[in-house]
Design a protein around this ligand. Structure first.
Ligand SMILES: Cc1cc2nc3c(=O)[nH]c(=O)nc-3n(C[C@H](O)[C@H](O)[C@H](O)COP(=O)(O)OP(=O)(O)OC[C@H]3O[C@@H](n4cnc5c(N)ncnc54)[C@H](O)[C@@H]3O)c2cc1C
Length: 282
C-alpha cells in the first residue's frame, strides 16, 4: 500500500479489489448493503476506459463468488464519456449486461453539470434495454426537479444526493439552505412517486424528515433505502439498520483515489484536521 493512501484510508477501502472485500463483508455482517466503486474518472484513452470496464466485470464476479450483498456504482467519464457517447455506452453496456446475468444492479454516479444530460441520456438507453440501471440526481442543480419528474415517469431508480462538484450560479443553488430545502422537496417526490429511491445523505435533519414523511404517508421502509459513504457516520449507519431501515454504504477502492478523497476533504474542514493530526502522529 502506498504511503499516501494511509491518509485516505478512512474513506477508501484499499487500493486493490482484494483489500476491499473484507470491508464489504464487515458491513454486510452488520446488516448493511453495499455499492462497490472502483475509483477513477476522466480517462484519456480507449484502452484505459476498456480496462476500467473490465475491472467492473471482475468486481461483479467477486460479488457473486464471495456472496456479497453489493451492487456497483460507476462514473461515465471513467468509462470513456470524454471520448464519445457511443463508445462510452458500448463500454458500460458490457457491465450492465453482465450485471443483468448476475441479477445485479448498476448505479451511474453523477459528475459535474457539463455531463448531466449526457449521463441521463445514456442511462435512459441502458434502462430501456436492460432495466437494471439507476442514476444519481444532485439537489444542488436547478434542473433536478424536472429530471426527477422524468425519471419517476420512466420508473428509473434514483439516488438523491446534495452534489459534490463546485457549480456556477447559472446552474446550481449556491447556499447550503437552498440545497437542503430542494433536497427535501425532491426526496418527497421520490418517496411518493419514485422507484425504490436511495436517500444518500449524512444530514441528520434530512434523515429525520425522511422518517417522518414516510411514516406520515404510510410509505413502508422497504420502499426506499438510506445511503452513506464508507467511513462517514458509521454510528448512524448502524443505528438506522437497528431501527429497521434499509442502509447501503458506498465503498470505493482503487489507486485513483485522490479526486474522491479531495471531495471528501472539501466537504468538511474537520477532515483536513483529521488527516493532518494523523500525519503528525506518524
Ligand atoms: C452514497 C452516496 C453516493 C454519492 N454519490 C454522489 C454522486 O454520484 N455525485 C455527487 O455529486 N455526489 C455524490 N455524493 C456526495 C454528496 O453529493 C455530498 O457531497 C456528500 O454526501 C455530503 O453531503 P451530505 O448530504 O452528507 O450533507 P452535508 O450537509 O455535507 O453533511 C451533513 C453532515 O454529514 C457529515 N459529513 C458529510 N460529509 C462528510 C465528510 N466528507 N466527512 C465527514 N463527515 C461528513 C457531517 O456530520 C455533516 O455535518 C454521494 C453521497 C453518498 C452518501
Amino acid at each position: 500500500m502506498s504511503f499516501l493512501i494511509i491518509f485516505a484510508r478512512r474513506f477508501v477501502a484499499g487500493e486493490e479489489l482484494i483489500e476491499a472485500v473484507p470491508a464489504i463483508k464487515t458491513l454486510n455482517e452488520k446488516g448493511i448493503m453495499v455499492t462497490f466503486d472502483h475509483l477513477g474518472e476522466n480517462v484519456s484513452s480507449e484502452e484505459m476506459a476498456k480496462a476500467a470496464a473490465d475491472s467492473y466485470l471482475e468486481i461483479l464476479d467477486v460479488i457473486q463468488k464471495e456472496k456479497l450483498n453489493s451492487n456497483v456504482s460507476l462514473k461515465l467519464t471513467q468509462m470513456g464519456l470524454d471520448l464519445g457517447d457511443d463508445f462510452c455506452l458500448q463500454n458500460v453496456e458490457r457491465i450492465v449486461s453482465k450485471a443483468k446475468e448476475n441479477n445485479n444492479f448498476v448505479r451511474i454516479d453523477m459528475e459535474g453539470s457539463a455531463y448531466t444530460q449526457r449521463t441521463l441520456d445514456i442511462t435512459y438507453k441502458l434502462f430501456e434495454k436492460y432495466g437494471n440501471v439507476g442514476v444519481v440526481i444532485q439537489a444542488m442543480l436547478l434542473r433536478s426537479e424536472d429530471d426527477i419528474k422524468e425519471l419517476n415517469r420512466r420508473g428509473i431508480r434514483v439516488r438523491l444526493c446534495k452534489g459534490a462538484y463546485k457549480e456556477p450560479e447559472s446552474v446550481a443553488f449556491q447556499k447550503k439552505e437552498q440545497v437542503n430545502e430542494n433536497y427535501i422537496k425532491l426526496m418527497k417526490m421520490l418517496l411518493l412517486e419514485g422507484n425504490y429511491p436511495g436517500i444518500a445523505t449524512h444530514d441528520e435533519k434530512i434523515i429525520g424528515e425522511c422518517k417522518r414523511f414516510s411514516q406520515e404517508n404510510k410509505i413502508e421502509n422497504s420502499r426506499f433505502e438510506f445511503q452513506m459513504l464508507y467511513g462517514i457516520r458509521r454510528d448512524l449507519q448502524v443505528s438506522l439498520v437497528k431501527e429497521g431501515y434499509n442502509m447501503r454504504v458506498y465503498v470505493p477502492y482503487g489507486k485513483e483515489w485522490f479526486p474522491y478523497f479531495y471531495r471528501r476533504l472539501r466537504e468538511r474542514k474537520e477532515n483536513v484536521f483529521f488527516v493532518l493530526k494523523n500525519f503528525f502522529k506518524g
